[in-house]
Design a protein around this ligand. Structure first.
Ligand SMILES: Cc1ncc(COP(=O)(O)O)c(C=O)c1O
Length: 418
């Protein structure tokens, strides 16, 4: 293991914890990455030593210090996301929050009211648009799936002069690998539409995301990079930001309020300020900035190499198990951080196997994710109703995979009555 990665591993105290006396084998980082010591410390220092209110509400020096710190975090997030300016970053609670904001603020018009989604969209992105479609406000189109990836030609065929927005997951949370965000940007822009890229699964091991590939908007979740829960960033290009109509309003978003003839009116602030209503998660943002700083020090090249190595190693070991099917192609999967498998053996119960991993392996708690992974569109398109997903981050080792594969073989042996 590369020295920087070995040092980085020490940031994650959960790895040293025991659960009911059992050591953790954590293969569920696609759900959430374990949290970094430096992020927790930055967050708690911020709460205990500052603890005031940012924004421009109060003008005393504690408030000024808070706002300065918050802006420093915004700049760090902007650099991480590849946003040209911190003014193009809106703090959010994660990708779910970001996608809801975008869907409900988007300037659909009668002539441009279609949204084209990839078939890999997480429910976090799919459902906010599905709601608008159900209310008759937009038309939703879902591109086809090919070899467990987005069928880009199929996506292109759905995009036309009525398309307002295209949404593409940069790295699928169910089938792994990475998607071609630059190609999606070209397809969207040729038709005069905007592109949103979901970087939830891409950002943790690649750094940043869609903004670097021509997206007009992109989002990531802090908890998936080892930062505090309920933190994250939404990048929105100036040209689009100006057109959005904030869906949540409140303190900090308004320039002035007036009354005339008994009628009140409000003038809202422009830009990203219009989208951060009420007090913000200032201490969370401090934790988020600390986590990004630590990831940068570990180096995304090192993280990527390490995780690709883990995926390649796991593929070899899983492909040798004939009673399961690895979903997706090797050349695609090594760019990602996870592998989904489906059982081929009759009598294999995925929920039972999950319990078996959690409870029946002596001295170990093997944490994986089974089920639909909130990727219902992908399940519908592929015909797979559930998968067993193992996902990696920089702290994993090939030994984690060995333990999982041994447990899988043990479960299969039990089914075979051996
Ligand atoms: C691809 C993808 N998008 C969006 C989300 C939603 O992220 P959050 O729950 O942090 O808002 C997830 C979470 O698993 C995800 O994997």
């Amino acid at each position: 293991m590369n020295q920087k990665i070995a040092a980085f591993r020490k940031e994650f105290p959960t790895l040293e914890e025991k659960f009911d006396g059992r050591k953790l084998v954590y293969l569920d980082s696609a759900c959430t990455v374990l949290k970094m010591k430096c992020a927790a410390q930055a967050q708690s220092r911020h709460m205990l030593l500052l603890g005031g209110c940012g924004g421009k509400r109060s003008m005393h020096s504690l408030a000024a210090a808070m706002e300065e710190d918050f802006y420093a975090a915004r700049s760090r997030v902007a650099a991480f996301m590849g946003a040209p300016s911190p003014e193009e970053v809106i703090f959010t609670a994660g990708v779910t929050d970001a996608a809801n904001l975008l869907a409900n603020s988007f300037p659909f018009t009668p002539g441009r009211n279609e949204v084209v989604l990839s078939p890999l969209e997480h429910n976090a992105v799919f459902l906010p648009f599905e709601r608008l479609a159900a209310a008759g406000r937009i038309k939703l189109r879902v591109a086809p799936l090919k070899d467990f990836k987005i069928d880009m030609a199929g996506l292109g065929k759905l995009i036309g002069p009525r398309t307002a927005l295209v949404c593409v997951t940069h790295a699928s949370n169910i089938f792994g690998g990475c998607e071609d965000a630059a190609a999606a940007a070209e397809l969207a822009h040729q038709a005069g539409a905007f592109l949103f890229v979901d970087d939830a699964q891409y950002a943790p091991t690649h750094g940043g995301g869609g903004a670097r590939f021509g997206a007009d908007a992109s989002a990531f979740s802090g908890h998936k990079i080892g930062a505090p829960f309920f933190t994250g960033g939404l990048f929105v290009k100036h040209g689009l930001l100006e057109k959005l109509r904030p869906w949540r309003v409140g303190g900090g978003t308004v320039e002035s309020v007036a009354v005339s003839g008994g009628r009140y009116s409000a003038t809202y602030l422009g830009g990203r300020q219009g989208f951060e209503a009420g007090v913000q998660n200032y201490s969370g943002a401090a934790g988020l900035a600390a986590a990004i700083g630590r990831l940068d020090r570990a180096g995304f090249d090192n993280i990527r190499d390490h995780v690709s190595g883990l995926v390649a190693d796991a593929l070899e070991k899983l492909e040798a198990v004939k009673e399961v099917r690895v979903l997706g192609r090797r050349e695609d999967l090594v760019d990602g951080s996870l592998i989904s498998i489906a059982p081929l053996k009759k009598g294999f119960s995925v929920p039972d196997f999950n319990l078996f991993l959690g409870q029946q392996i002596k001295g170990r708690l093997i944490a994986v994710r089974t089920g639909r992974h909130c990727a219902d569109l992908a399940c519908l398109a592929s015909g797979y109703k559930e998968t067993i997903r193992i996902s990696f981050f920089a702290y994993n080792t090939t030994e984690d995979t060995d333990i999982f594969v041994a447990a899988l073989k043990k479960y299969l042996a039990l089914l075979n009555g051996r």
